[in-house]
Design a protein. Structure first.
Length: 274
C-alpha cells in the first residue's frame, strides 16, 4: 500500500516542479509588463506595485509594434495554410497510391526535419534574394513553408496510415472519386491531425527569429525581430520587451485552447464502428 502512495506523491511532486519551472518565467514577464522601470530594477522584487499600461501604449505607438503584429499574423497564417494544404495532400498521395518509393520519400521528408535549421539559411537567403523577395513578406513565408512542410507531411502520414483502408474502398465502391473520398470520408477523421499540425506550424512561424531577421527589413519586421530590437548594445528596455512578449503570447494561447478539444475528440475508432 505504501509503494503506490509513494509513486503518487512523487508524480505530483514532479508535476508541481515542472509547472513551477514553466509558469514562473511567464508570470514574471507578464508582471513586469505592468511595472514601471523603478519597480522592475529594485534589489528586492516588489510584489505590490501600482500597475501601469504605459509599456503597452509605448509598444504599440512609439515602437511600431502594431505593424510587427500585422506582419507576423500574415506570415504565420499564409505560411501555415500553404504548408498544411501541400503537406496533407502529399501525405495522402504517399499513403493512398501505394507507391513503391513512398517510404523512401517519407524518410526524405523526415530527414529534412532533422537537418539543422541554420544550415538552410544561406541557400534560402540566396534563392529569395535572387528572385527579389528579400524585404517582403513573401520571403519569410517561403522560408517558413519550407521549414514546416517536412513536419506536416510526416505528421499527417501517421494519421492517414491509421485510417483503415476499407474506408477508401467503401467510398470508391459508392462512386466517390479520390478527392471526394478525401473530403467526405478522410477529412473528418484526420481533422485532429490537421488541427495539431496547424497549431504547431503556426507556433513555429510566429516565434521564428533567424530567417525573419535575415529576410525582412524595417517595414516587414515580424514580432520576434521587433522584440529583439528592444535589446540594445548597452541596456534592455525590460518593461517594453515584457509588454511586447506578453502581447505576443496571447494569440497562441487562445489558439491552443480553441483547438485542444478538436485534438482530443478525434479518433478513427468512431469512423469504423458503424
Amino acid at each position: 500500500m505504501r509503494k503506490p502512495r509513494f509513486n503518487t506523491i512523487g508524480t505530483w511532486l514532479a508535476l508541481a516542479l515542472f509547472t513551477f519551472w514553466t509558469i514562473v518565467p511567464i508570470a514574471l514577464v507578464v508582471v513586469n509588463s505592468f511595472k514601471k522601470a523603478k519597480d522592475i530594477f529594485t534589489t528586492t522584487p516588489r510584489l505590490f506595485f501600482t500597475p501601469t499600461l504605459d509599456n503597452y501604449v509605448n509598444a504599440f505607438t512609439k515602437a511600431n509594434f502594431g505593424l510587427y503584429y500585422l506582419n507576423s499574423t500574415i506570415v504565420a497564417l499564409v505560411s501555415t495554410v500553404i504548408a498544411i494544404v501541400i503537406g496533407t495532400f502529399a501525405a495522402y498521395a504517399l499513403t493512398s497510391f501505394r507507391l513503391n518509393v513512398a517510404n523512401t520519400i517519407a524518410g526524405g521528408f523526415f530527414l529534412g526535419k532533422l537537418v539543422p535549421v541554420i544550415s538552410m539559411l544561406l541557400p534560402l537567403f540566396v534563392i529569395i534574394n535572387s528572385i527579389g523577395l528579400r524585404g517582403t513578406l513573401a520571403g519569410p513565408i517561403i522560408a517558413h513553408v519550407a521549414l514546416n512542410l517536412p513536419f506536416v507531411v510526416w505528421l499527417m502520414m501517421g494519421f492517414l496510415r491509421d485510417v483503415p483502408h476499407e474506408l477508401h474502398q467503401a467510398a470508391m465502391i459508392d462512386g466517390c472519386t479520390r478527392m471526394q473520398t478525401f473530403w467526405k470520408v478522410l477529412f473528418p477523421i484526420i481533422f485532429p491531425g490537421i488541427a495539431a499540425a496547424f497549431v504547431l506550424s503556426a507556433q513555429y512561424s510566429w516565434n521564428e527569429l533567424l530567417f525573419s531577421l535575415q529576410l525582412t527589413t524595417l517595414d516587414t519586421y515580424t514580432l520576434p525581430v521587433g522584440i529583439a530590437g528592444f535589446v540594445g548594445s548597452i541596456s534592455v528596455d525590460w518593461g517594453l520587451s515584457s509588454a511586447a512578449a506578453t502581447a505576443t503570447m496571447v494569440p497562441l494561447i487562445i489558439l491552443g485552447f480553441f483547438v485542444q478539444k478538436h485534438i482530443a475528440a478525434g479518433t478513427t475508432g468512431g469512423a469504423v464502428k458503424g
